[in-house]
Design a protein around this ligand. Sequence first.
Ligand SMILES: [Zn+2]
Length: 306
Amino acid sequence: MRTVVFFFLLLHISMAAGLWPRPAIAAQSQALQLPEIGFAIIKTSRVAVMEGLLLPGGSFGKQIDSNFSAFLIKHRDEYLLFDTGMGRQIDQQYRADMPLWWRPFFKYEAPVLPAREQLELAGIPPLRRVILSHSHWDHAGGILDFPEAKISVAAAEMDVIRHPTRGPGGSWASQISSASIQWDLLKFQPQPYRGYAQSLDLFGDGTVVLVPMPGHTPGSIGMFLTVGSGQVYFFIGDVAWTVEAVKAGAAKFWAAAALVDGHAEQTHSSLEQLRILMRQEPGLILLPAHDSAVQDRLGYFPQWVK
Ligand SMILES: [Zn+2]
């Protein structure tokens, strides 16, 4: 009898002292455990923009967040980054390559939390590979922070990289012209995948598959990732800025599209192909690089999606 009383007393004390994890904490710590195959969203910065610029039919009086994110992919023992967001040198790069008259319209908010710093803090080993969805400044801003990594791009993107441009829809010399960058060209195969004529199965096991999505830039690419649970995520870079825009079939506000989309017709056909795919596979989860609503729902590094 005394033992039973003692047991209940112990149970009571340990619960009161929080020795037994509460469900929310348990769920969170589970998300922090490393997956076999999964990803984490590294938010490097954000900016509030007029909703009308991001969503068709959106208000120009209301502001919503646009994220500048990098995506950390874990494939068994290997880590790689898809896009970099803003890096350590973004302030100098912005001063060099964003003309004064564009600065009120194209900004990023402090604090900037570069991917490299977030990874080092978490003890993630140095990356050997960074893949760019495309070379625009808000995606390539951190590549100089990964000098030991090869920087993989579609061959078609090298034309842009060899001829950098300034401004909001630019691939900036301050980020991509260093002779020390180890460019690596992705070799797409004539292997159809989910409606795309060409693809590149990165690990040969179908979990990470890259596809060309030209238009926004000539070498824009998307990445399909099948995580441990079997769920498939499709990272689409800047083909569209939000999932809502994809559903509506209107990628970007026309003035913004004119500024940032290199080739309007190609961008439109990449978007149409995406809409066909979404109708065929409604379970697919789309991740536009800047869509804060989708990213907020999935959570941020060091939380993993698995
Ligand atoms: Zn872009």
